[in-house]
Design a protein around this ligand. Structure first.
Ligand code: GRF
Length: 203
């Protein structure tokens, strides 16, 4: 029998569509004794990730932003403590976490960003990279520090901008890489290093 009590307790934070969140939940379920996705925290009541969480049977804590960042983050922190969370995976969470929140969770918050950081930090990196006409873009998985998209890199994967690309096809190709990188990270958290991995993740 899997020993779920020894599993790493992980909370996902998301604000939008939630395709990364769903990918993480589904992949983590391969390791029920190693990884427990306790909850998804969402700051947007109308976000599709709320419906995804319900379909997946994962508790979703909807904590709308009320204009006071400290109060909002304290409310999130209280819930994370109630879940005894050990790690936070950001999956399209569109609020910048305060230095105080980051310090509290130092080294235990991971974010997926859709560019080859340090190029194109910020909210819409696919658009920014596409409109800049780059030949190559990519995806970065990184630990979160006090800066915006500046923390230590865990994994990066590049992909080309094709001549026939529209912003939509460019973004769709990147999203598939986001899912792969997060799945690889979950494998690493579960202690299952890929024998012939294309990239190394997790330090
Ligand atoms: C992803 O591209 C993520 O990298 C970015 O926001 C998007 C979220 O997509 N930060 P989804 O909500 O996971 O579908």
């Amino acid at each position: 029998m899997p020993d779920a009590s020894a599993a790493l307790r992980v909370v996902i934070m998301a604000s939008g569509n939630g395709s990364n969140a769903e990918n993480i939940v589904r992949h983590a379920r391969l390791y029920p004794d190693k990884i427990d996705i306790c909850a998804i925290v969402c700051d947007k009541p109308q976000a599709f990730v709320v419906q995804r969480a319900a379909s997946l049977g994962v508790p979703c804590l909807v904590l709308p932003f009320t204009g006071d960042k400290t109060a909002h983050e304290n409310a999130i922190n209280d819930r994370l403590r109630a879940y005894d969370a050990q790690m936070i995976l950001l999956a399209g969470y569109m609020r910048i976490l305060s230095p105080a929140f980051v310090a509290r969770w130092k080294g235990r918050i991971v974010n997926i960003h859709p560019s080859l950081l340090p190029a194109f930090p910020g909210r819409d990196a696919y658009r920014d990279a596409f409109e800049a006409g780059v030949a190559l873009s990519g995806v970065t998985l990184h630990y979160v520090d006090e800066g915006v998209d500046t923390g230590p890199v865990i994994a990066q994967c590049a992909f080309p901008r094709l001549a026939c690309d529209t912003l939509e096809t460019f973004r769709a190709r990147g999203m598939e890489i986001e899912y792969t990188i997060y799945r690889d990270f979950i494998d690493t958290l579960a202690g299952k290093e890929k024998e012939h991995g294309r990239r190394s993740v997790g330090h």
